[in-house]
Design a protein around this ligand. Structure first.
Ligand code: ATP
Length: 608
């Protein structure tokens, strides 16, 4: 079958990734291991830049977010409390003919005629089996095609010269029960838990089972009280963490997009419940449904905070070169939302492999989800650990004492209602749920509540893939012999580019040029990733840097020692040529002459 056109681009990207050392298959010399990827020299730099930028923007440049670095293996109760042990599963099914495994909800829906068989008989082998089987054929295909597949199936059951039994047909539409590659029936879907299991200690019994974390978020909830007590933060504030996560995905695919080992960058931003905001400020701020709501305000409720974080995250993506047009948004519907979630917006990137809508426009795949998760997570850990996750809020207690009776009763009733809903939905028996919800509502008078949370949760590897796909572009240039050749230019934003600057002496055999170039490299090196290259023609060296996505190339040439002769900067000694690759066509290949002492500030301004 011909590959869809988009995948041609994906294939080029995958091949460039390997050729230039962005991404390799893990354990490649042993044939690889499905769903695991390694980052080569350029990929490792790109990834580090992205993580550093996220960390800087989410924690260091803010007063209201602190960091955490927790272990990958944690107490197994954490995954019971979070719901992962019971419900973190995908439906899985296998092809009855080839045994190929599918995620049942991702099987391409198909329509056509199903040929059912009740079994088969093999006279020569004097054998009959009554295992039923079925094959789906697109309308118009001859029944022989179905029979051929069915005969292969029964041959696999020990009937090499079978005669099919009980053939009947049925028309189906949009069925996900058949293997799209051969039409064979799939096994019924069974839930498959995605957590990787391991054992702690040498006995390896069921009691020693632990899990590799499937997300980084839960450690944040589990350490919430410690961080609150040791960081001098007050609600609202956030805890950020990034690190490895593991999911035993049924069908890893689309290069690194769905991997089994990956990295996440997650923030849990804890806020007051709306009842507390209303008690203090009279009402919660109304925010427009679109656009950034501006600087955080004390009277923000969950909706304003949710909107704020969606827009902040979009700004982050724009700041590293993913324009709004390359992104998509998916607002989860009431049916898609978990029972405790108030709203979730997924930020999507339009990957070359993304599905298209009726108009042929790319829809995009999830880069990050921003969820308003109510007080579910802390409440779960409170119930499972028996440790209080409530906070004492002095401003709230003072405000509460000044409210009139009717207002207190109103806010108390609403808080009680939402606590009761949470407890009942979590399976707490009604009498106990009623008692605990009342205790929680009574806590309001003492200034106590369980914080709510807004969670922007992003995947590092998906972002790296988006940045690579976004940077990829091709140009047609004459090569050294004047023949037109297609070259790849990776147009990374300078903030994420793996190599920030290449320092190139025009000629390798001129000690003056080489020494000056090395001197420049040594000045720049403590501040950024610099690549020194003196091998080959200057054109070839530029081309190599284009493929690596290096935004700036500094060339030391004979003019270097002549200084600037004209214009406002006349008299400046020792200059270099900077050639840059920009996101826009005008910037591409633009050259500028700059005095060497200006070089570091010039570059720093552009890469930070
Ligand atoms: P999906 O629906 O695509 O499986 P998800 O909704 O399960 O993703 P979350 O649990 O919200 O994902 O995880 C947060 C982020 O972690 C995702 O937005 C994504 O960027 C990243 N992520 C999740 N699963 C994987 C994976 N298998 N490989 C790479 N990144 C992942």
């Amino acid at each position: 079958m011909a590959e869809p056109k988009e995948n041609v681009l994906m294939e080029k990207i995958v091949s460039l990734c390997k050729r230039r050392g962005f991404v390799y298959q893990s354990s490649e010399i042993y044939g690889g291991i499905n769903g695991f990827w390694d980052y080569g020299p350029l990929g490792a730099e790109l990834k580090r830049n992205v993580k550093d930028l996220w960390w800087r923007e989410m924690t260091r440049l803010r007063d209201d977010v602190v960091g955490l670095e927790a272990t990958i293996i944690m107490h197994p109760q954490i995954w019971r409390a979070s719901g992962h042990v019971d419900t973190f599963s995908d439906p899985m099914c296998d092809c009855l003919l080839t045994k190929k495994r599918f995620r049942a909800d991702q099987v391409e829906p198909q329509s056509g005629i199903v040929y059912h068989y009740s079994g088969a008989r093999d006279i020569a082998a004097a054998k009959e089996v009554n295992d039923s089987f079925a094959v789906l054929l697109p309308a118009g295909k001859p029944p022989e095609s179905a029979r051929k597949v069915a005969l292969q199936f029964y041959a696999g059951r020990g009937l090499p010269t079978a005669e099919l039994l009980g053939e009947r047909t049925e028309k189906v539409e949009n069925s996900q029960r058949f293997n799209p590659e051969n039409g064979a029936l799939l096994t019924p879907p069974v839930p498959f838990n995605l957590m990787f299991k391991t054992y702690i200690g040498p006995t390896a019994t069921e009691e020693d089972v632990a899990y590799l974390r499937p997300e980084t978020a839960q450690a944040i909830f589990a350490q919430f009280k410690n961080v609150l007590e040791t960081s001098r933060q007050k609600i609202p504030f956030g805890i950020a963490q990034m690190g490895k996560a593991f999911r035993n995905e049924v069908t890893p695919r689309n290069f690194t997009f769905r991997s089994r080992e990956f990295e996440q960058m997650e923030l849990e931003f804890f806020i007051k419940p709306d009842e507390a905001v209303e008690a203090i400020h009279g009402s919660v701020a109304q925010v427009p449904e679109q656009g950034h709501p501006g600087e955080p305000q004390p009277n923000w409720g969950w909706q304003a905070w949710h909107r704020y974080w969606v827009e902040e995250r979009v700004r982050f993506y724009e700041g590293i070169g993913l324009s709004r047009e390359t992104l998509g948004f998916h607002v989860q519907t009431a049916e898609e939302l978990a029972h405790y979630a108030r709203a979730t917006v997924d930020i999507l990137y339009k990957f070359p492999f993304s599905k298209r809508n009726d108009k042929g426009e790319l829809l995009g795949e999830e880069l990050e989800g921003i969820a308003a998760r109510s007080d579910f997570d802390l409440s779960q850990h409170e119930r499972f650990s028996g440790k209080s996750m409530g906070v004492f809020d002095e401003d709230f207690r003072n405000a509460w004492s000044k409210l009139d009776e009717a207002r207190r009763a109103e806010l108390s009733r609403r808080y009680h209602e939402s606590r009761l809903k949470y407890l009942t939905k979590s399976g707490v028996a009604s009498e106990r749920a009623e008692r605990e919800a009342k205790e929680d509502a009574d806590g309001l008078a003492k200034g106590q509540y369980i914080p709510h949370v807004i969670e922007p949760s992003a995947g590092v590897d998906r972002l790296i893939l988006a940045l690579i796909a976004n940077a990829y572009s091709e140009i047609n240039d004459p090569d050294e012999k004047g023949k037109s050749e297609t070259r790849v230019i990776m147009r990374f934003h300078p903030r994420v580019a793996p190599i920030k600057v290449a320092v190139l002496p025009l000629l390798k055999n001129k000690p003056d040029l080489v020494n000056k170039a090395r001197e420049i490299r040594d000045v720049l090196r403590p501040h950024m990733n610099v690549f020194y290259d003196d091998a080959g023609s200057i054109g070839r060296r530029y081309a190599r840097m284009d493929e690596a996505g290096t935004p700036f190339c500094v060339t030391v040439d004979f003019e270097t020692f002549e200084g600037i002769k004209e214009g406002p900067r006349a008299g400046e000694k020792e200059t270099v040529t900077i050639r840059y690759r920009g996101a826009t066509d005008e910037e591409n290949g633009r050259q500028e002459r700059i005095a060497i002492p200006q070089l570091l500030p010039w570059l720093l301004e552009r890469i930070q």
